[in-house]
Design a protein. Structure first.
Length: 138
């Protein structure tokens, strides 16, 4: 399995783990915030689950599918995280439309958006850098 396909599979596992946060005791506080930072609702869970399915499909399908996933997912999630960092609201969950700009402390915005910035940035960089490498035989 190519590195791009393994990275896509890793994203699938991470996104499934995020989807499960509301289902296991411990990571959420009494107010339903994961790690005391952000609340994940059913819409967020559905978005993360759909992304995990897309990542798993791409990883299982082909090198090209994995690269398309990494580039597209990466761009979408990185942009969502950067918008959230700048405004306190992302667009993937329609937060910027529903709630507009949210005045929040910078540290909170960094912590709340770091997962999308990190996963998106890793995926986007991997998708473009690995496409430049010659494909491995076998």
């Amino acid at each position: 399995m190519s590195l791009a396909r393994r990275i896509a599979a890793g994203h699938a596992l991470m996104l499934l783990a995020v989807t499960s946060l509301n289902c296991i005791p411990g990571p959420t506080d009494a107010e339903g915030r994961a790690f005391g930072i952000f609340a994940l609702d059913r819409f967020d869970d559905a978005l993360h689950f759909a992304s995990a399915c897309w990542a798993a499909f791409a990883a299982g399908r082909s090198e090209r599918a994995a690269l398309v996933f990494l580039r597209t997912f990466g761009a979408l999630y990185l942009a969502d995280g950067l918008l959230g960092l700048a405004t306190g609201s992302g667009y993937l969950d329609l937060g910027i439309v529903l709630y507009g700009i949210q005045p929040m402390p910078l540290l909170f915005k960094v912590l709340a958006n770091l997962p999308h910035i990190g996963l998106g940035g890793l995926a986007l960089a991997s998708g473009w850098l690995l496409a430049r490498r010659p494909a491995a035989a076998g």
